[in-house]
Design a protein around this ligand. Structure first.
Ligand code: FEO
Ligand code: CA
Ligand code: CA
Length: 532
């Protein structure tokens, strides 16, 4: 049986409880334009898990491929590899046109540089460096609803492994005021002033890591061989990077600390100061929160680490913490070797904290905890933090499990999340390519996209809305403000392919084509139904 909620009631619900939801007025006006007055909510039909090499969508949804790896974006630049986070910044005067930012997390050498074995050449390394970082592309929606990339638009550009980016910090980092390139760009966030935060996650795979105590630079995990040609210090990576999509100018924000940042989720306080939540995606790593001391600053403020058991945020300020003074020379050193500092002050070790979203209705902070296989947590969960008195600059909170993965709920390994305009929670799953469709993950089949309706008779249910192609992971879900388009990355299809003649995926072109990571745009009546 389906339950109908009059559209007016639903909009009142959206308006009444909104906390810190700056987009609400424009969304409401967009709603009025976009949906007929008699629109009602009916039952949402999901799909069963699938192991097909296709993007399979729930009834009432459709998709188009917007842009794929290696597509030209202007005369000299091409779209990068393994697209992850997406963010759409609409033009002030036209919500159906604007700039799309897309992260490019890492490369598969066989596809990107045609490297298979032996010594990698400098040309191959340079090609790989070109395909990480991010892309800025102008897009617009045509009369028929299809989105198109405006090839050659003046804003179209690549930020990549060679782009020089300054540190936003008064001291040098490993002797330099700037870094060569950004890489491992996983998820991210949007600032209230319309710039992008792109997060450097598994940086040690590119330039290794240094042991603070011994000073030894361990290159063993830097499996791509870039260090044979570029002597870039590991300390130049693992930061939150801000990019202005209009100009392409960027900077690395040292005050937010250095770790395997999955995302950076920002909230602006009433007085203009900002709060940024960010997780360190590795087994037994921590959750952080930066609170600025000045409006709009990502340099001046304090970084905190969460102690979940005690429900408090612990300062990582060197001047306040004797134990940090005993182990580190300076605040710069604390921020550069953040994991060690977080452990010393009592940060909770979590099960791979990945994406973070702030519930637009309740203000609760949701954190995807993907899994922790060594601790036999295979399916992960979503953690809910409720800040004291609903204030994001509070130093106390309550924590609870919001949703647990497993056979009962039908999903495993939650990763990226997004709220649609009505506050329905969407999230993607990230079972690794080598693990899915077997063992404890067999019943979940390929990775998927799920929704948890906020209201109606299906409220709280976990409904699978899409299934990804072979080996792929959906990443970077991002709703356009009118809620009628969901941008989604399809990352690493076919990544377990043994060689170019034995491909495990041919998505999206099919036939015998190479797989191509791509951004898709999902639309359809079911989106309208969920929020209309
Ligand atoms: Fe790049 Fe934690 O996913
Ligand atoms: Ca991720
Ligand atoms: Ca992931």
């Amino acid at each position: 049986m389906s339950q109908s909620i009059p559209r007016r009631t639903f909009l009142e619900f959206l308006g009444a409880g909104t906390i810190g939801f700056a987009l609400a007025p424009s969304l409401l006006s967009a709603c009025r334009e976009a949906v007929p007055n008699d629109q009602t909510i009916s039952k949402i039909l999901g799909i069963k898990p699938s192991s097909e090499d296709q993007v399979i969508l729930a009834p009432g949804l459709d998709y188009q491929v917007l842009v794929s790896w290696n597509d030209p974006i202007n005369q000299q630049d091409r779209f990068g590899f393994n697209n992850d986070y997406t963010a759409f910044i609409p033009d002030p005067d036209n919500p159906r046109a604007g700039l799309l930012w897309v992260n490019h997390e890492y490369v598969h050498p066989m596809f990107v540089s045609q490297y298979t074995e032996g010594e990698k050449t400098r040309e191959q390394v340079d090609e790989e460096m070109y395909h990480v970082g991010g892309s800025i592309v102008r897009i617009q929606q045509e009369e028929d609803g299809q989105w198109v990339l405006v090839e050659g638009a003046p804003e179209n550009r690549r930020i990549n492994g060679h782009t020089m980016l300054p540190f936003n910090w008064p001291e040098t980092i490993q002797g330099s005021t700037e870094a060569m390139g950004t890489l491992a760009n996983c998820s991210g966030g949007v600032t209230p002033w319309g710039t992008i935060l792109t997060c450097e996650e598994n940086y040690d795979q590119f330039y290794g890591e240094r042991n603070l105590e011994t000073g030894e630079w361990d290159r063993s995990m830097a499996h791509l061989g870039w260090t044979n040609f570029y002597n870039n210090p590991p300390e130049h990576y693992g930061w939150v990077v801000e990019i202005d999509p209009k100009t392409g100018k960027g900077q690395k924000h040292v005050a937010l600390g250095r770790c395997s940042h999955e995302c950076a989720t920002m909230h602006q306080l009433a007085d203009g100061r900002v709060v940024v939540y960010t997780g360190d995606d590795a087994n037994d790593e921590c959750l952080y929160k930066f609170i600025s001391s000045k409006p709009g600053s990502l340099a001046e403020g304090t970084l905190y680490v969460a102690n979940i058991e005690e429900g408090r945020w612990i300062s990582l300020n060197w001047e306040e913490q004797t134990i940090l003074q005993e182990h580190f020379q300076s605040q710069t050193e604390v921020l550069t070797y953040l994991r060690k500092a977080a452990r010393l002050v009592g940060g909770s070790q979590l099960d791979r904290p990945e994406d973070i979203e702030i519930d637009p209705i309740t203000g609760d902070v949701l954190v995807a905890l993907t899994n922790n296989k060594p601790k036999e947590n295979y399916f992960g969960s979503i953690l809910k933090l409720s800040e004291a008195k609903g204030q994001h600059d509070a130093l106390l909170f309550q924590a609870d499990t919001y949703l647990a993965g497993g056979a009962e709920t039908g999903f495993a390994c939650p990763d990226n999340m997004a709220f649609d305009p009505a506050g329905n929670l969407w999230f993607t799953s990230d079972m690794s390519g080598s693990a899915m469709n077997q063992g404890v993950y067999a019943s979940f089949k390929n990775n998927g996209l799920f929704v948890v309706p906020r209201s109606g008779e299906q409220a709280g249910e976990v409904i699978q809305m899409a299934s990804a192609p072979s080996d792929a992971e959906f990443t970077g879900p991002f709703f356009v403000a009118d809620g009628q388009t969901l941008f989604l990355s399809v990352q690493h299809p076919g990544e377990t392919s043994k060689d170019l003649r034995n491909l495990s995926s041919h998505w999206p072109l099919g036939g015998s084509e190479m797989p191509r990571p791509s951004v898709i745009a999902i639309r359809g009546a079911t989106l309208d139904t969920l929020w209309g």
